[in-house]
Ligand binder design. Structure first.
Ligand code: TXA
Ligand code: MG
Length: 345
């Protein structure tokens, strides 16, 4: 087996890393022994949290309905909310999808392994609980060596939502998972901080026209270019099949308010408030705590640090978190999607 720990997946290092990443003392799962132990637990029907390039997932064998049911109870997740099934490689697509369209082949060839999820007609092997009764299944091949090694060692695709209690901020480090799900999971496989930091882009290819269900690091523009056709926007009118599509999600406990500019916050109020900005801000005086996700204006870096910053600001003793809106092009659309849902009440 190849090296199990990818250093590019380590967001706490290098120029793009968030500045408030976890301490480097966190023990990483870098041995085949630990992967085998996790795979053994999964085969026995347990739930194991594991790293991907986007966020940590709470995994169970995708063909095991009882194990999948356990995911819902650990997360407190409503049963109408279907799970993403993770494959070791694009070659395994037809083990879970009953039909693989030309569009799916194009996207898989261009973007997998990577943070793209495709919704396709499902095979009977995938139980209804995984897809919440839908005739379709969401599939992706994660761009993380530990994740793929784990799927391979288990010998089965893994159903895995983000490893957070339902509705709360997604985990981007193993410590985030331990803090929130702790004893509820059989094991947390530590692969270091997630490189992408926000959940995968979801494209629905099961209908007549492809639709974007959730924006992510892989932008709408990129997918449209590969397909050579525009994406419909999922949501309005459609059944809200993605929790990302529920109005309130990714939410901190402290109230988060979206603002167009810092001028919206009176100077007298700043001492009790936190400021969150994806991009550099000139006027940041007086806030109790300020987090700028990318001082160089790099939106990939901003996305990678978003959830860790939200957690940190949520723990700070402030009455409000003010988040500055950004333009919704490219990855800006994915960041604004998460902020808007975090702000929803
Ligand atoms: O990056 C990610 O996608 C992470 C990592 C762990 O892979 N997973 C993740 O899972 O974000 P989760 O459960 O938090 O979000 C899964 C999304 C949900 O919004 C769900 O509704 C949607 O995928 N989904 C799953 N199956 C679907 C289907 N058949 N049709 C439409 N949407 C589906
Ligand atoms: Mg989630």
């Amino acid at each position: 087996m190849a090296t199990l720990v990818e250093s590019p997946g380590d967001a706490s290092r290098g120029p793009r890393g968030p500045h408030w990443g976890p301490p480097r003392t966190v023990k990483r799962t870098d041995s085949e022994h630990e992967i085998s132990r996790a795979a053994e637990l999964l085969r026995r029907g347990e739930c194991v949290a594991f790293p991907t390039e986007t966020v940590y997932g709470l995994g169970a064998v995708a063909t095991d309905a009882k194990a999948a049911a356990r995911i819902f109870s650990i997360k407190g997740r409503p049963r109408f909310d279907p799970l993403i099934v993770h494959l070791a490689s694009a070659g395994d697509l037809s083990t879970a999808a009953s039909a693989v369209s030309e569009r799916a082949r194009l996207l898989a060839a261009a973007l997998w392994p990577g943070p793209l999820t495709m919704v396709l007609p499902k095979r009977d092997a995938i139980p209804d609980i995984v897809t919440a009764g839908l005739p379709t299944v969401a599939l992706r091949v994660p761009d993380h060596a530990v994740a793929r090694a784990l799927i391979e060692a288990t010998g089965s695709p893994l159903a895995a939502p983000s490893a957070n209690p339902f509705g709360y901020i997604s985990p981007t480090t193993a410590q985030h998972v331990r803090d929130q799900l702790g004893e509820k999971v059989a094991m947390v496989v530590d692969g270091g901080p997630c490189r992408v930091g926000i959940e995968s882009t979801i494209v629905d290819l099961s209908g007549e026209r492809p639709a974007l269900l959730r924006p992510g690091q892989i932008t709408r523009e990129t997918v449209e270019e590969i397909l050579g056709e525009p994406l419909r926007l999922g949501a309005a009118g459609d059944k809200p099949t993605a929790p990302g599509q529920l109005p309130r999600h990714y939410a901190p406990s402290t109230r988060l308010v979206l603002i167009e500019s810092v001028d919206a916050v009176a100077v007298g109020e700043r001492g009790r408030a936190a400021l969150l900005s994806a991009l550099p801000v000139a006027d940041r005086d007086g806030f109790a705590i300020t987090r700028v996700l990318s001082e160089s204006g790099d939106l990939e870096e901003a996305a990678a640090g978003l959830f860790a910053a939200l957690r940190e600001l949520d723990r700070a003793d402030v009455s409000r978190i003010y988040a500055i809106s950004i333009a919704e092009d490219g990855i800006g659309a994915a960041i604004m999607d998460r902020l808007r849902r975090a702000a929803a009440r």
